[in-house]
Design a protein around this ligand. Structure first.
Ligand code: KG4
Ligand code: ZN
Length: 332
């Protein structure tokens, strides 16, 4: 059984082949063009997806040693994401499924991030909690089955990935700044500067206040010392990263306490952050949690996670028809 999966929700064009229970290929074309604009430019993302999609799908088939006639179904990201970007992957998947006369499977990108944990062993057992942290989302998801998920906490404003990227922008680092903050944080003192923690009720998050306090803090310091950022870059990155991780893990601890669940996973682009991975492992040891952290390649956007989500829908006969359209916003 062979499923082709296509991901085009943001700035990565990716295709993967799932063959007999395993990922046989996973090809990702990252769009570098956005770094010069300090963020993803939707129109440029759509155009780059148009350029990349055919060679990326072609390579995924070749890497898996599969031809298009061997395919049994095509899965694609329906949303959430940038509408123009999603349209490219959706139209491509629909056209190819129509031409090959095979079923089409729509996949929710955020569910797929969670299901990335089922690509390799060890796999979490149900129920588990997944902290899904990306450039567009920050969610605590209670997962009771492969396709049964409930968001029990989420951000009410910015996503944590945005907080990383916007801080990086203030520090004059290129987009996406999250990985660079991670890199410099390793060289700095996380207790050098203190930032106030947001007060959000329940399991929800807020990251817009911290972004503003970082901005005011930097403006004040730079007025006193124009070289402040250059002189303290590592300490600033370490302190900001420490604060963002602290906000995430405090809520995750609360969610575990309230649900009594001790199977804990992280997913999404920010789960590539080494400070978060380390802090979560430490917390897991302390609280006797079983921790699940995805391989780096399955943290940021990729089609392998779309393929695994597509597989679960395939075995449930959960297909869509040619009238399907992408959705920029999409609930589970
Ligand atoms: O899941 P993803 O690839 O795309 C979305 O669906 O948004 O996540 C991208 C986000 C960006 O904000 C990026 O800066 C962040 O993940 N990110 C990181 C790291 N690697 C990626 N943030 C902090 N540390 C990292 N190592
Ligand atoms: Zn994502």
């Amino acid at each position: 059984m062979n499923i082709l999966a296509i991901e085009s929700s943001c700035d990565e064009t990716s295709a993967a082949i799932f063959t007999n229970g395993k990922i046989a290929s996973n090809v990702i074309a990252t769009q570098l063009i956005h770094s010069q604009y300090g963020g993803v430019v939707p129109e440029l993302a759509s155009r780059a997806h148009q350029q990349h999609i055919l060679p990326v799908v072609d390579k995924a088939l070749k890497d898996a040693k599969v031809t298009k006639n061997d395919l049994d179904a095509i899965a694609f990201t329906k949303g959430p994401g940038l509408l123009g970007a999603l349209l490219v992957g959706t139209s491509f998947a629909k056209a190819m499924a129509l031409a090959l006369n095979i079923p089409l499977i729509e996949v929710n990108h955020m569910q797929a991030h969670v299901l990335a944990h089922f690509i390799d062993d060890p796999k979490p057992s149900f129920p588990f909690l997944c902290l899904t942290v990306s450039g567009g989302h920050t969610q605590i998801v209670k997962v009771t089955g492969p396709l049964e998920m409930e968001i029990i906490g989420e951000t009410k404003d910015d996503a944590v990935g945005e907080a990383f990227d916007k801080t990086a922008k203030l520090l004059d680092l290129p987009y996406p700044g999250g990985p660079l903050i991670d890199k410099y944080a390793k060289l700095g003192n996380s207790a050098a500067f203190l930032f106030p923690l947001p007060e959000m009720p329940g399991l929800d998050f807020s990251f817009s206040g911290i972004k503003t306090s970082i901005l005011y803090f930097l403006q004040k310091q730079v007025r006193e010392n124009p070289d402040f950022i250059r002189d303290n870059l590592h300490d600033i990155c370490a302190s900001v990263q420490y604060t963002l991780i602290d906000i995430l893990l405090k809520k995750l601890k609360k969610a575990a306490r309230e649900t009594g669940i001790t199977e804990i996973a992280i997913a999404g682009g920010v789960s590539a952050n080494s400070g978060l991975r380390q802090a979560l492992s430490g917390l897991g040891e302390k609280l006797n949690w079983n921790i699940y952290i995805p391989h780096f390649e399955y943290c940021t956007d990729n089609a392998a996670m779309i393929a695994i989500a597509g597989y679960y829908k395939y075995v449930n006969n959960d297909f869509c028809d040619q009238t399907v359209s992408p959705m920029a916003r999409m609930a589970f």
